[in-house]
Write a protein that binds this ligand. Sequence first.
Ligand code: G3I
Length: 718
Amino acid sequence: MRKIQLLTVCAWFALTGVYAQNNEKSLKEAYSDYFMIGVAVNQRNISDADQSSLVKKEFSSMTAENDMKPVSVHPEEGKWTWEKADRIADFCRQNGIKLRGHTLMWHSQMCDWMFYDKNHNLVKKEVLFERMREHIHTVINRYKDVVYCWDVFNECIADGGRRPNSEGKDQPLRESTFYKICGNDEFIRKAFQFAREADPKALLFYNDYNECDPVKRDRIYEMVKEMKDAGVPIDGIGMQGHYNIYGPSEEDIEAAVSKYAEIVDHIHVTELDIRVNQEMGGQLRFSRNEGVQVTNDQKLLQEAQYAAVFRVMRRHADKVDCVTFWNLSDRDSWLGANNYPLPFDKDYKPKNVYRVIRDFIPSTDNPDIKEDFKPSATCQPRQEYPQVNSQGYVRFRITAPSARYVIASAGHGGGMGGTVLKKQKDGSWMGTTLLPEDEGFHYYTLSIDGVQVIDPGTNSYYGGGRWMSGVEVPAHDDAFYAERTDIEHGNVQKILFPSKVNGDQLRVAYVYTPAGYDKKQKQRYPVLYLQHGWGENETTWPVQGKANIIMDNLIADGKALPFIVVMTYGMTNDIVFGRPFDRGKVAEDFQKVLVDELVPYIDSHFRTMADKKNRAMAGLSMGGMETHAITLARPEVFGHYGILSGGIYTPEEIKDKNQVDYIFISCGSKEWPDRVLKAVSDLKSAGFNAESYVSEGTAHEFLTWRRSLYVMAQKLFK
Ligand code: G3I
């Protein structure tokens, strides 16, 4: 739901107290048909009551972040320190959670004594292999009952570009102490051989980071393929997944998983976290983002990146059987809470990204998007984008070669707050909404590296307290607002009327007069005062709302009486959401402008039927709130009331049944239809002439309000 509409909806919910309960299924339940969901834990996570219950609720697999590593369990030759590792293993046994063993061999947090003799000289490889064998067998046998897979070797492949050896062949291995002793990859083969000896059933993984970087990906692929072809028992590849909000791209992740799936039957994402800066990987040198406030754009980029990772993994659920987050919450993260890397925040509360990951929509994994995109009706002349296809998908394209990211604030499928565009080779950025958009008009802006701008491809529309871009998704029933050339059209004129509210000033209104108004000099007309929502203004109904076109078509088809429509600024934009605002005061000031200044001005400058029976007030969203407040406060002024996605009337609120001839209440089917239907049935049972309308398949958006005007206008003044 767009930001402004979200603000308005929240306001309304806040105002009218209705809230949808989100289902409380857990991550492991949401993914039970795909793969296990795991988490790396420290001692606090399994001892603290709240944290341990979160672990038990959300996760079906666990990894010891540090406590099963060589230096933690085998700090000295012949000395074993199992306490912390045992506690984690016992927690798994007691709670039926599977345990990933991390890690048997690694160049870091390794028991360095293994490499050296008493005189601190590097030992011979045979000595090293014997010590490795004893370590691996001892650790595996201790946890054979609870560990279902082991990261046998961690991060043996070097980072960076090609490293030709003496024969010019790429030497892919990290020059660790293992490598220095062996001079080749035998130490890796031995480790897997020893692990298989120790536990013929456990799955044995090679685990590494930057595993989607094409150079490193191919090195990992080459090494594992060559070893497997040589009979080395490698069952799976661990993709650590230490990513950031800018990368790797979904395409690179897809390419890596597809490539690894060629040579192994098991792929695990072993250490997933997505930090909000441009660094990635498992290295310990990284910036902690101290004191940096995470922006909404960064949160959205993170949501899109997590959504992309899980989309790829769901597509490969035949090979991917576990995705593990590296730490329980931002508070536990090795990256520090300021890198904001995980679905649970520093207070162990689920972020929106948690819902994006949990409440995924399977159809978005392999969307079948028809490539019949056409420029939107909102495009400026000679502009090709944004485009809309026959299914309602919206595609954006802008040129911003030096941008770091581009987000379109439209396209809210999958619970995300927008569509993240991807950089194309030609320096342009393109992106298609995750899901088809609802039919009708949608506001949006572009955020380019955090700067909110209007899409240069579209006309501008006033919403959200500023001029924005818009995209029009054709509606199956859009004939009622089609610009017909076979009928007479009315006029829309901009008027300036004097006002003393909040200082002496001229205020603006747009006045629609039906076809023939100028010719039929004697005829007088009823008047509808039609209000916009929060963040909008007097241009909203004539432009986004197509109010005059809808009226022209209705009058031409004899479905509505000809009447004047007045659309003025409702002073809603001074409200800053999140800050307490005096609901009464908003309507109060506007009430004076509307009832004490504009109505008299219209009645004295247009041929109106200047009485209550021929005067109506209606509004969308916050304009509906103003209608509710003003019609109840000034029952002598309007005889017809209309609230479009802006609350309801209750019989008790309307002192005298005869004060109103007609009440219209509407909303979208994706809003609160039951409330609207009940309100109108209560009004009818109380003897009011009330009507409800629910716009099928729409939310708090313009097609709801265009259709509502179309229905309401046919009943007004009859
Ligand atoms: O245990 C000592 C403690 O006694 C001492 O007081 C404290 C003070 O520095 O250090 C503690 O050791 C720290 C250890 O974590 C346990 O908390 C080490 O300094 C610290 O470097 C170590 O960091 C771990 C890091 O691996 C070591 O490389 C991170 O927590 C852990 O998240 C990280 O995990 C690795 C994966 O195992 C492999 N892939 C990359 C990933 C991130 O680097």
